[in-house]
Design a protein around this ligand. Structure first.
Ligand code: SF4
Length: 384
């Protein structure tokens, strides 16, 4: 599969960098040049500028996973968070090495669902909703018949590899914010009209996507780990895990109202990890790539408030000086875990690679490779 992605083209003599920062930036470029085609640096949209300037490609988790799957580079340095690097390792060959510049760069949302918690929920929901486990079918992903009522697991990309393996083995699929509607349609075709989907870990992406597909919120109960279901599970369509993104849950309807009071013709676009009230009050919602396209399509002079991570919003404002662009929450912090990828860490791992080491390698155990690869390949087969 070949995808067209933005190649980063940045002036490496950035006058906004301090002398020390410029020295680090220069050294990173020397190391990149030394490693040549053996190195691929992937950068998520939420990374800071001083990282993005060194990335071969910039994208959302869906695009970056496609890039990793297509790459022949020996070293893939992932400037993102842990679950993204895990997915890159699953999708790449045995002779390729995935490196995370800072091993502490995790994701608080991904940590909100563990395998043992999901296994408990899975059994309890199967029993209380009188649903069947697709793992017992000859082909767990066969289309459902008229009387079938299966429970199909769907995990957001923002989850650990053992959960992707669980999903793969139980006939389920991974989704991203780019292809969530397509993924849920895929899952319902396999669950049956009386079946259901267990969606984890982000309740908001699941609820917003279900709502966009015409599913009543009454049919989307929440599953709270160690507590159980809030709402009726039997007869429901999507059971939502009680996880959330600490960055996106901060965006509110009150912030939208305040922006519109100041700019009556202003536009609001938010990420679907925001609460449903915020999404419904906005003009548009979608993945980071969707937001980038939405901003690019607006006419000069447009006033746009964006509900997503601040580094990306600041970059969009720089890229579109002919538009007024602001963050919906003017006090918002960057994603604290994405921010753990500092240029000094990137320089350090590149130095060590040049010295013959494989530092901070992300390796998914072989016991969970097969199931997680199945779940990710199903995801990559779904168009947006
Ligand atoms: S923005 Fe939210 S979901 Fe994304 S990595 Fe940060 S905490 Fe996780």
């Amino acid at each position: 599969m070949t995808v067209s992605l933005p190649m980063c083209s940045v002036d490496f003599t950035d006058s906004s960098l301090s002398i020390e920062e410029q020295a680090i930036a220069d050294r990173i470029e020397e190391l990149r040049a030394h490693l040549g085609d053996e190195l691929l640096i992937l950068g998520h949209h939420y990374q800071r500028d001083s990282i993005v300037m060194h990335a071969d490609f910039l994208g959302d988790s869906f695009m970056l996973s496609q890039m990793a799957a297509d790459s022949k580079a020996k070293y893939i340095v992932f400037c993102g968070v842990h679950f993204m690097a895990e997915s890159a390792d699953i999708l790449t060959g045995e002779d390729q090495y995935v490196v995370l510049p800072n091993m502490r760069a995790g994701c608080s949302m991904a940590d909100m669902a563990t395998l043992s918690e999901v296994e408990v929920a899975w059994q309890e929901i199967l029993e209380s909703a009188e649903l069947e486990d697709p793992i017992h079918r000859p082909d767990p992903t066969a289309l459902a018949g008229q009387d079938d009522r299966f429970l199909v697991p769907v995990t957001y990309m923002n989850s650990s590899a053992d959960l992707k393996d669980f999903v793969g083995r139980h006939g389920g699929i991974v989704c991203t914010s780019s292809n969530a509607v397509g993924v849920l349609n895929w899952a319902f075709e396999r669950a049956g009209t009386n079946g259901a989907v267990l969606f984890f870990p982000d309740q908001h992406l699941g609820r917003n996507t279900g709502h966009a597909m015409g599913i009543s919120t009454d049919l989307m109960p929440t599953w709270v780990p160690k507590m159980g279901a809030v709402g009726e599970v039997k007869g429901s369509r999507i059971i939502l895990w009680h996880g959330f993104c600490s960055v996106h849950k901060r965006f509110t309807v009150a912030q939208i109202d305040e922006f519109r009071n100041q700019h009556s013709d202003g536009l609001v676009v938010v990420h679907p990890e925001c609460p449903i009230e915020t999404v419904m009050a906005s003009d548009a919602n979608g993945s980071t790539q969707y937001i980038r396209n939405y901003v690019a399509q607006q006419v000069p002079g447009s006033k746009i408030a964006i509900g997503t991570e601040i580094n990306m919003v600041a970059r969009l404002a720089e890229e579109h000086p002919d538009k007024h662009i602001e963050c919906l929450d003017d006090e918002i912090c960057p994603c604290s875990t994405m921010y753990m990828i500092h240029p000094a860490y990137l320089m350090d791992v590149l130095e060590r690679i040049v010295d013959g080491e494989i530092p901070n390698q992300i390796t998914v155990p072989s016991s969970i490779q097969e199931g997680s690869l199945l779940a990710l390949e199903r995801m990559l087969s779904i168009k947006k």
